[in-house]
Ligand binder design. Structure first.
Ligand code: MN3
Length: 252
C-alpha cells in the first residue's frame, strides 16, 4: 500500500468526521446518498494513522425501518462493529499486517503468525464484513437487480425468486453465528456461507472470490426486532438491499 493512499485516507476520514460531528444519530442529507458518494469509497479498510477507521454509516439508523429497526442498527454499528475495529487496532502495528490493506491481510489470514492469527481473522473479518454490509443496504426503494447482474442470476438459478430462496436457505442453515454471501468466483456467481466473521476473501473459506452481497446472521443483527425468527429477518432483508451497489461490485 503506497503511503500516499494511506495519508489520503486519513485526511478523508478527518474531513468526514468533522462534518458528521458531535455523534449525531441522524446523518446530514449528503450522507444518505448511495454508491456515487465519497463515503462509499473504502478508506475505512486501510490502516490509516493510528489504525483502521470506521466510516460514517451512509444513512441514518432508522433509514432501513420498518425492515431493520433503528435501535438494532445503532447498537450494531456503534457497539459490535466498533468493537471489531478496536480489537483489530490492538494488533495493527504488527509487522505482518502494518501498512497492508485489509483485503491483502484477509487473503492470507491462515499464514499469519499464530500470535495474531485468530485476532485478525475474527476482528479483521468483522470490520470488513460490517463495512461491506452497511454499503449493500439502503433505504427501501423497490429496486431490483438489472442488466448483467440479473443475467448472471438468471443463468445461475433460473430466476430471481429461486436465487432468493437459495440465498435464504444458505443464511438460515448456517448454524450459530455467521454470514451468507453471493460471491463472484472464477466459475461465475455462487452462494455460500461462512462461520463467525469469516468471509470469501479469506484463504480459509470454502468458496473464495469477491463478495457482491452478504447478510449478517448473527443474532445481534436481528434479535431485538425478530427474536429467534431468522427467517423473517431474511425475508425483510430483501427490502433494503442496495442493488445498484451490488451491481457495481459485480461489474468491477
Ligand atoms: Mn454483525
Amino acid at each position: 500500500m503506497p503511503m500516499e493512499i494511506i495519508k489520503n485516507s486519513r485526511r478523508e476520514f478527518i474531513k468526514t468526521a468533522a462534518v458528521v460531528g458531535a455523534g449525531a444519530a441522524i446523518l446530514p442529507s449528503w450522507a444518505c446518498k448511495t454508491s456515487k458518494n465519497a463515503l462509499i469509497a473504502s478508506p475505512a479498510i486501510y490502516p490509516a494513522g493510528d489504525g483502521f477507521i470506521q466510516e460514517p454509516l451512509p444513512y441514518a439508523y432508522g433509514a432501513l425501518e420498518p425492515h431493520i429497526d433503528a435501535r438494532t442498527m445503532e447498537i450494531h454499528y456503534t457497539k459490535h462493529h466498533a468493537a471489531y475495529i478496536k480489537n483489530l487496532n490492538a494488533v495493527v502495528t504488527h509487522k505482518e499486517i502494518a501498512a497492508k490493506s485489509l483485503e491483502e491481510i484477509l487473503q492470507r489470514v491462515s499464514k499469519l503468525p499464530e500470535d495474531i492469527r485468530t485476532t485478525v481473522r475474527n476482528n479483521g473479518g468483522g470490520h470488513w464484513n460490517h463495512t461491506f454490509f452497511w454499503k449493500i443496504m439502503s433505504a427501501p426503494t423497490n429496486s431490483a437487480p438489472q442488466g448483467e447482474l440479473l443475467e448472471a442470476i438468471n443463468k445461475g438459478w433460473g430466476g430471481l425468486e429461486t436465487f432468493k430462496t437459495e440465498f435464504e436457505k444458505a443464511a438460515s442453515t448456517r448454524f450459530g453465528s455467521g454470514w451468507a454471501w453471493l460471491v463472484k468466483t472464477k466459475k461465475g456467481l455462487e452462494i455460500t456461507s461462512t462461520a463467525n466473521q469469516d468471509n470469501p476473501l479469506m484463504d480459509v473459506s470454502d468458496v473464495q472470490g469477491i463478495p457482491v452481497l452478504g447478510v449478517d446472521v448473527w443474532e445481534h443483527a436481528y434479535y431485538l426486532h425478530n427474536q429467534n425468527r431468522r427467517a423473517d429477518y431474511l425475508k425483510n432483508f430483501w427490502n433494503v438491499v442496495n442493488w445498484s451497489e451490488v451491481q457495481e461490485l459485480y461489474s468491477k
